[in-house]
Ligand binder design. Structure first.
Ligand code: J2J
Length: 507
């Protein structure tokens, strides 16, 4: 089975509660064009599109893609930076009933090749070149029937004969996992998010993080902003130099950042000549925002600070804009929905006493019941009664807010960018001089965590050679270890597995 459906009794409950309304993205855009036709939906990359224009462009592209052979249910890998055409492509694919598979701009041949093959994608859609990287070269090496290039100047151009929808997430196994989301569950999550954040048609959302990431896509992100007829502004990158001028020019009211970027913004805000006074909400999430960092950022911006603890698999928690400031400084928020079920358990899946830290399990109206085409992995990633094992260690405050205390999954959170240790280890083990490899997180004042690869070599090899090797294999840059440490052996646990705990203690 490709996709594990919500159990019928749950689906029925979510419909009865009014969360799932049978709405589709295609229908949503049609309604938005009717209600807000001339209002600006998207601004960025030198373009400004009204809702009507977006609707028309999506129709035209859908027709073009259909002529080229894209059919309902087909998968299409979308690898676009922050520009309006990202959403044109999404809506066109949704109108056809095809599934976009979202890749991050930093992904390279290793990831993109895997997505195309694993999903049997019928097309790859990318810019010609972006940020100094030639996507056409990458595309030439893909086993995919069609390549669509979104380049300058003008619209799409079919490179090959063209026959050209999902969410993407890096898991803690050797290969990335795909997260299948439905129109019903996803639309509910961003509509409810927009309501929590108090968005209206006068809201202006700045998409600072990569558009393909779940946070700026749906928490409430661009789709949440669209759902109420607001305007989204697309930044080429999340730094203050790109974003501050946009905040001033577009009178941005809300944006979302990862913690290191929020700290960078706080440093720059003191000396900027740009007027940031339109900002009403600054969201921070994707990695632990420590109380100290939150106080620093909160003290600089004259707006509401909101913590967001979410995951592409579903569950998203927010501190509420009208919460006392202490809550936003010290917790990661509470779930969107009254029907989000939270369990905090020990290693045996037994509930821990109230307020104690434990593994976070969750189930609810927008949390998946299985990864795409991953039956074996799903057997351990979910409980038999359908709770998703988040891999996060949390505690719940008496007020029902979650505090993230740590992580049990073998994943490194490099300033919000997730790195599955096993994936990088697999690539390292492919090098003939590497006998064994183990990748762990090391604390970092700026990013929260960086990566260190512990290597047992069987022949002479340098860290520079290993870095070059990983790059040649087409691994995304953020997954290339920051540090290498060479050793004779790796420490073992009592059962003989590599002890990552002891590795982390090595300096
Ligand atoms: C600590 N850890 C956090 C937080 C995510 C909104 C916001 C973020 C994501 C996201 C998202 C954290 N404090 N505030 O999808 O819609 C870590 C946890 C979590 C994992 C999920 C959204 N916010 N995390 O980051 O799928 O470990 O989603 O399980 O990329 O990031 O990562 P991802």
């Amino acid at each position: 089975m490709d996709v594990v459906p919500y159990p019928p009794e749950f689906a029925a409950r979510y419909r009865a509660a009014g969360y799932w309304r049978g709405e589709t993205f295609g229908g949503m855009l049609r309604d938005l064009a009717a209600a807000h036709g001339e209002r600006t939906a998207l601004a960025g990359d030198g373009e400004r599109w009204s809702y009507r224009r977006l609707d028309e462009r999506a129709d035209r592209l859908a027709a073009g893609l259909t002529r080229l052979g894209v059919r309902p249910g087909d998968r299409v890998v979308v690898h676009l930076p922050n520009r309006p055409s990202f959403y044109e492509v999404c809506f066109a694919l949704f109108r056809i009933g095809a599934l976009p598979v979202f890749a991050l701009p930093a992904h390279r041949a290793a990831e993109i090749g895997y997505f195309c093959e694993f999903t049997e994608a019928v097309a790859y859609i990318a810019p010609d070149t972006h940020a100094g990287f030639d996507h056409r070269e990458l595309a030439a090496g893909l086993k995919v029937p069609n390549v669509l290039v979104d380049g300058d100047p003008g619209p799409f151009l079919a490179l090959d004969e063209l026959r050209a929808a999902g969410q993407l997430q890096e898991g803690d196994v050797g290969v990335p996992k795909l997260i299948p989301r439905t129109h019903d569950d996803y639309i509910y999550s961003f509509r409810a998010s927009a309501e929590i954040c108090g968005l209206s048609e006068r809201s202006v959302y700045l998409c600072a993080l990569p558009a393909a990431h779940n946070f700026p896509m749906s928490s409430p992100g661009v789709f949440g902003t669209m759902s109420v007829g607001g305007t989204s502004v697309l930044a080429p990158h999340p730094g203050p130099d790109a974003c501050f001028p946009l905040i001033e020019a577009e009178r941005v009211t809300i944006t979302g950042l990862v913690p290191p970027m929020a700290l960078l913004w706080a440093d720059s805000a003191g000396r900027t000549r740009h007027d940031l006074s339109s900002l009403e909400i600054l969201q921070v999430g994707g990695a632990k925002f420590t109380e100290e960092a939150a106080r620093r950022v909160g003290g600089v911006f004259d707006c509401v600070l909101q913590q967001v603890f979410g995951m592409a698999e579903g569950l998203v928690n927010y501190t509420r804009p009208d919460d006392p400031p202490e809550i936003a400084l010290t917790t990661q928020g509470r779930p969107i929905s009254p029907d989000d079920e939270i369990r905090v358990v020990d290693d045996q899946d037994a509930p821990v006493p109230d307020g104690e830290p434990g593994h976070l399990l969750t189930r609810g109206p927008y949390t998946i019941h299985g990864y795409y085409r991953a039956a074996e992995h799903n057997a351990t990633a979910f409980t038999p009664d359908g709770f998703y094992r988040t891999g996060d260690i949390v505690r719940v405050t008496p007020g029902g807010y979650l505090v993230v205390e740590g992580r049990a999954k073998d994943q490194i959170n490099r300033g919000g960018e997730k790195i599955a240790a096993a994936e990088v280890e697999n690539h390292l083990l492919a090098h003939p001089a590497v006998h064994d490899a183990s990748v762990v997180a090391v604390p970092d004042a700026y990013l929260g965590e960086r990566t260190r690869a512990h290597i047992v070599a069987r022949a002479e090899v340098t860290d520079a050679e290993l870095r070059a090797f990983l790059r040649e294999r087409g691994l995304a840059g953020y997954k290339i270890p920051d540090q290498f440490a060479f050793a004779e052996t790796l420490p073992a646990t009592a059962v003989g597995k590599v002890s990552k705990r002891r590795l982390r203690e090595r300096t």
